[in-house]
Design a protein around this ligand. Structure first.
Ligand SMILES: [Zn+2]
Length: 308
C-alpha cells in the first residue's frame, strides 16, 4: 500500500532538487571554459588556452618569469589554491566567454578573486596579463590596499622590456619601470596648468589609473616602491605610508612629484615604449642602437641617451 504522506514528501524533495539544479547550474558553470586547446599546471598556475603552442610557451614563461622577478623584488607568493588562468587568443572567444560569464567593464581581461580565476584576451597585448596577475599577487597578502595603490601598482607592470631565447619560445628576463606613453599623455591632460595633489589621489574611491601609475612610477624611480608596499601592508594609511617612506611631508613630496613630471615631459623616455617588447638578445642590441638607449644600473631599465 502506498504511503501517501511519504509520497508527498518525496515529490516535494525532488521538486526542490530540480529547482536547485535549474537555479544553481548556470551559476556553477558561469566561469567554465570547455573549448580550450591546452591545459598545463605549473608553479601555482593552472593554464587553459586556445593560443598556438608557440604563443602559449611565451605566455606561460612570461607568467613564470614575472612571478620570479616579483617575488625577488616584493614578497613571496603563498597560496594553497592554484590560480586558474584563461588565455584567449582573440576577441571572438573572449567575448563569447564574457557574455556567458556576464562580465561587465572587462574589455581586455579581469581577475575574479572569489573564483581564483584570471581571464585575459591576449590580443590586447601582454600588459593586461601582468596587470591582472599583480591583482592576484596583492590579494594573497589579505590586505585591503587603497584603490590608488592597487590600480597604480598593477598598471606599473603593464609596460616592460623582456628577453626571449633565439627561438622566441621562452621568456627569461624582464625589466620594469618604463613610462606608458598614452597614460603619461593622460596625466598631462588631467593636470592641465594646475598641480596634481596627492590628497585628491588618496581620497578617490575610484582613482584615475594613469595618475596612480604615474605616482607609483615616481616612487619606483626614487627606489622606494618596495618600502611603500611594506608600509601599506602594515595597515598604515596612504598619507602616513608615503610620508614615512619618503621621510618628508606631503606638500614637499607633492611638489617633487610635479617637478619630476615637468622634467620627464622633456625627455624621450616618456614616449619610448608604446608597446611592451620581448626581444632576442640580438634584437635588443639593435633596438638600443637604433633608439640611442643605454642600460641604467641605477633604475634597472633602458634609458634614452640625453640630448639625442
Ligand atoms: Zn586593475
Amino acid at each position: 500500500m502506498i504511503n501517501v504522506k511519504n509520497l508527498i514528501s518525496r515529490i516535494i524533495l525532488y521538486s526542490i532538487l530540480v529547482v536547485a539544479v535549474i537555479y544553481f547550474y548556470p551559476a556553477i558553470m558561469r566561469f567554465n571554459w570547455s573549448d580550450y586547446k591546452y591545459r598545463q599546471k605549473e608553479d601555482g598556475f593552472d593554464f587553459y588556452t586556445d593560443l598556438s603552442q608557440e604563443q602559449f610557451k611565451v605566455a606561460r614563461t612570461l607568467c613564470l618569469e614575472f612571478k620570479r622577478k616579483f617575488e625577488k623584488c616584493y614578497f613571496p607568493i603563498k597560496n594553497k589554491k592554484r590560480l586558474k588562468i584563461y588565455l584567449f587568443s582573440g576577441d571572438k572567444g573572449y567575448e563569447k566567454f564574457c557574455k556567458k560569464a556576464k562580465c561587465e567593464g572587462t574589455e581586455f581581461g579581469f581577475y575574479a578573486p572569489g573564483e581564483k580565476l584570471l581571464v585575459v584576451n591576449t590580443a590586447s597585448g601582454w600588459g593586461t596579463l601582468l596587470h591582472e596577475i599583480t591583482h592576484y599577487f596583492l590579494s594573497t597578502t589579505k590586505v585591503k590596499y587603497p584603490d590608488w595603490f592597487e590600480e597604480g601598482f598593477a598598471a606599473f607592470f603593464e609596460k616592460f622590456i623582456g628577453k626571449v631565447d633565439e627561438k622566441k619560445n621562452e621568456v627569461f628576463w624582464l625589466s620594469f619601470g618604463y613610462f606608458n606613453p598614452w597614460r603619461f599623455s593622460e596625466v598631462m591632460v588631467v593636470r592641465g596648468s594646475s598641480k596634481l595633489l596627492l590628497s585628491d589621489l588618496f581620497n578617490q574611491k575610484k582613482c584615475i589609473q594613469s595618475i596612480a601609475r604615474n605616482f607609483i612610477l615616481f616612487t619606483h624611480h626614487k627606489g622606494l616602491l618596495p618600502g611603500l608596499l611594506q608600509e601599506l601592508r602594515k595597515g598604515t594609511d596612504s598619507r602616513g605610508a608615503v610620508e614615512t617612506i619618503f621621510k618628508k611631508d606631503l606638500p614637499t613630496i607633492e611638489q617633487e612629484w610635479n617637478n619630476w613630471i615637468d622634467e620627464s615631459v622633456k625627455t624621450r623616455d616618456c614616449k619610448l615604449l608604446v608597446a611592451s617588447q620581448l626581444f632576442t638578445s640580438l634584437e635588443l642590441q639593435n633596438w638600443c642602437q637604433q633608439n640611442n638607449l643605454i642600460w641604467s644600473e641605477e633604475k634597472g631599465i633602458f634609458v634614452c641617451l640625453p640630448g639625442l
